[in-house]
Design a protein around this ligand. Structure first.
Ligand SMILES: [Zn+2]
Length: 392
């Protein structure tokens, strides 16, 4: 049986306009490639009140351990202004060795590449698989991430399918393929802050209590605080206010309420709980000074995590060096990914294509890079089992 090339599989995926949370046939394309080769495919659809139903796929070949999982998503962000694209975003046009399309590097290119790597590994080891390789594919990464990876992991846990290690194919490289592995991520937490005072006439401020002034003081203190200096694995924690709303149309009225939203990207020296205590303490000080009252609502996107250098990361480095000659840097920069859910179950690290054009108009990838990353993933699988075999 001949195996489809990573590039052709990526093109088939890009031709499905799977703008989150639509699937648009993308998972079917993968299933059609994997099932005939012996992968047990489970389509998992999850729903929750107030969110769209989401299709996910768990596909595994082999029944015994050790078990290596590749994780990724087939949903994509909207294409934006389609007329601004050199080639239509869902046609997967190749021109001068470059593949254009929404999702080309975030992350249908990687999904295609690790699927093809797993197919080659399964064919080359047919009848004597040294363990299992699986794919955890969600259609809900670019959206709210409620009916995706988190729930698939819950299902895998119930079914006894938790892997020994997981590689997430998010586009991790910045300049050239092979330059970066992400072995951790900063956490992200939002605080929705409401300051309340007493409404009144601006000519008689002593008879009112101005929540705008109180909130401005809190915003300034929080934004100018230095929470840490960063460390060997992480950049410093950053505090960013994304909005400050009063919405008061009357220039001669002191309003009763003012609101602000604060996003904190934090390293492993903090947790969302410790930051909640920090901002609540600051608010209590300002409340003392001003008499205003503060309500703070917390929303956690993810805690920070770090997969320290160990078998998984070493295996990945070895495969990248062998294929590209480049020694990847370990990084924890950038935003959150579904690795934030996986880290609760097994060691996880991210390696994928160059992320220069992700979420942009004219998202694109070198065809050579798709084929090379498929070979890198194949080397990662081989190195993983060689190491596990040596350890046994
Ligand atoms: Zn992505």
């Amino acid at each position: 049986m001949s195996i489809i090339s990573a590039t052709e599989l990526a093109r088939a995926l890009i031709r499905c306009p799977s703008v989150t949370p639509q699937d648009a046939g993308a998972l079917k394309v993968l299933e059609t490639a994997l099932a005939p080769a012996g992968f047990a495919c489970h389509r998992l659809t999850f729903s929750e009140e107030g969110t769209a139903d989401v299709d996910n796929l768990f596909a595994r070949i082999g029944e015994s351990g050790p078990h290596l999982c590749f994780a990724g998503h087939t949903d994509v962000v909207p294409p934006g202004d389609e007329d601004a694209w050199l080639h239509p975003p869902f046609e997967a046009v190749i021109e001068d060795g470059v593949l254009y399309g929404r999702g080309a590097c975030d992350m249908k290119g990687e999904v295609a590449a690790f699927a093809v790597a797993a197919l080659h590994w399964a064919r080359d080891n047919a009848g004597h698989l040294p363990g299992s390789v699986s794919l955890l594919i969600t259609g809900d990464e670019e959206g709210v991430s409620i009916n995706g990876t988190r729930k698939v992991l819950g299902w895998m846990d119930e079914e006894g399918q938790i892997p020994d290690a997981c590689i997430v194919g998010e586009p991790s490289c910045s300049g050239e393929l092979g330059d970066t592995i992400k072995n951790g991520r900063r956490g992200s937490v939002n605080f929705f802050i409401t300051a309340s005072g007493v409404q009144g006439h601006t000519a008689y401020p002593e008879k009112a209590l101005n929540p705008v002034h109180a909130l401005a003081r809190l915003v300034d203190r929080a934004a100018s605080a230095r929470l840490d200096e960063g460390n060997a694995d992480f950049q410093p924690t950053t505090v960013a206010f994304s909005t400050f709303d009063v919405g008061n149309p009357a220039p001669n009225v002191i309003p009763r309420e003012a609101r602000a939203t604060c996003n904190i990207r934090f390293n492993n020296e903090h947790t969302s709980a410790s930051l909640e205590r920090w901002i609540s303490d600051l608010a209590a000080q300002v409340a003392d000074e001003t008499g205003a009252h503060f309500d703070i609502v917390k929303q956690v996107s993810g805690e920070s995590f770090l997969t320290t250098s160990g078998p998984l990361v070493e295996t990945m480095i070895e495969a990248i060096v062998r294929e590209t000659g480049i020694t990847p840097e370990l990084s924890t920069g950038g935003g959150t990914s579904d690795a934030r859910f996986i880290k609760d179950y097994c060691p996880v690290a991210e390696f994928g294509l160059v992320n220069e054009t992700i979420h942009q108009v004219n998202e694109r990838v070198l065809v050579d890079d798709i084929e090379r990353i498929a070979r890198i993933y194949r080397r990662m699988i081989d190195a993983f089992f060689a190491r596990q075999g040596a350890a046994a």
